[in-house]
Design a protein around this ligand. Structure first.
Ligand SMILES: NC(=O)c1ccc[n+]([C@@H]2O[C@H](COP(=O)([O-])OP(=O)(O)OC[C@H]3O[C@@H](n4cnc5c(N)ncnc54)[C@H](OP(=O)(O)O)[C@@H]3O)[C@@H](O)[C@H]2O)c1
Length: 341
């Protein structure tokens, strides 16, 4: 522990509000408890939940003020707590251990992390690339593998095919053997979705009956994975696009929809909430996250999953701009933030 300083630079919030609420602070380096490691943070990425915690929309998830936000982290282990056998000082890791009430976040030079939530970083990725993956990849894995259990040959519709969750979802659905259909708003994004493995890509503003006819002969999709988010009220479109006994999985269920198609088509409707093991101190759930990231690291190094980084490169001091860009919906793929040069 001798090279570890007592204090560190961080970006914190002391109240909820617009991105201007971020401020620089000097904090004590976190203590490492049993089963935790101390990570020297190299990079983090922005997820909508980070912006929702900052703004106060999801204030219930916020760490105590002054709060260090952000779950996704990539970095190097500089200390290990009692009971940690699977990692050693010097290991490069990635994961989504915190940024929530009761945990420390990644917008700081050091973060304490439950070792269960981490995995060794894919060798083929930079720290920024690795930091782009954890939260969205666990979400897409839970949605398409654990919940929908996509089988080879099934038709899969991924709404938001170039967003954070969706761009990994397209790749996972394709790896599972699905015939993948991705929605996106521009030609450029649709081309990206196809590059990532979508068999077809189209505009989500098209009439649902029209694209369901074109791509499934009117039968409807076997699986619909909705990563659109709050405000779009997309569940009705999901139900309309799904075929008889189709499976609909969503990352956000805030909104209203008529459940009649669920009944008349015998749909199954499921949700993913990847933060649950972190919020509820669920050790088995946290271990599962680490295991998914282990498996994903192999897939990444074999070239089967590629993170798509937004064409921006923020530093820790520019965190407000990074949040502004995500909230404006100007990004493609993942916005990343360098913490260590
Ligand atoms: N429950 C969970 O565990 C969990 C985990 C991760 C994320 N989430 C939530 O899931 C949502 C997405 O997260 P993200 O990181 O993927 O965000 P993101 O990077 O902002 O992606 C959102 C995507 O939605 C697309 N979109 C917007 N309106 C649409 C519509 N009407 N129909 C189809 N697609 C539409 C956007 O496409 P265009 O850019 O082409 O408009 C974009 O690709 C957020 O609300 C987030 O909080 C939940």
């Amino acid at each position: 522990m001798s090279d570890i300083p007592e204090t560190m630079d961080a970006q914190v919030i002391r109240e909820h509000g617009d991105p201007e609420v971020f401020e620089s602070a000097t904090l004590d380096v976190p203590e490492v408890d049993a089963n935790e490691v101390l990570v020297e943070v190299a990079a983090t990425s922005v997820n909508p939940v980070d912006t929702k915690i900052r703004s106060g929309f999801a204030s219930g998830l916020c760490p105590d003020f002054p709060a260090v936000l952000h779950g996704d982290v990539a970095g190097e282990i500089v200390a290990v707590g009692e009971g940690v056998d699977e990692f050693a000082v010097g290991d490069e890791v990635y994961g989504c251990p915190g940024g929530l009430a009761g945990t420390t976040g990644a917008l700081a030079e050091y973060a304490a992390a439950d070792a269960a939530t981490l995995a060794h970083k894919p060798d083929s990725l930079s720290m920024r690339e690795a930091a782009a993956l954890p939260l969205v990849t666990i979400t897409a894995w839970d949605g398409l593998v654990t919940r929908a259990d996509v089988s080879p040959g099934e038709s899969v519709l991924v709404h938001g095919g170039t967003g954070g969750v969706g761009h990994v979802g397209v790749q996972i659905a394709s790896l599972e053997g699905g015939v993948v259909h991705a929605t996106a708003s521009t030609d450029e994004k649709r081309a990206l979705a196809e590059e990532l493995g979508a068999d077809h890509a189209f505009d989500y503003r098209r009439d649902v009956a029209d694209y369901t006819d074109e791509y499934t002969d009117g039968e409807g999709f076997d699986v619909v994975f909705d990563t659109v988010g709050a405000g779009a009220d997309n569940l009705g479109n999901d139900f309309a696009a799904a075929g008889v006994k189709g499976r609909v999985v969503t990352t956000v269920s805030r909104g209203e929809a008529d459940l009649d198609p669920v009944h008349s088509k015998g749909l199954s409707v499921d949700t993913v909430f990847m933060l649950l093991p972190l919020i509820h101190d669920d050790h088995a759930g946290r271990l599962r996250h680490g295991e998914i990231l282990d498996r994903v690291a192999t897939l990444v190094d074999e070239g089967d999953i590629v993170p798509h980084l937004d064409d921006t490169d923020y530093t820790l001091d520019e965190i407000g701009d990074a949040h502004r860009r995500l909230e404006a919906g100007e990004h493609v793929g993942k916005i990343t933030v360098r913490v260590k040069d």
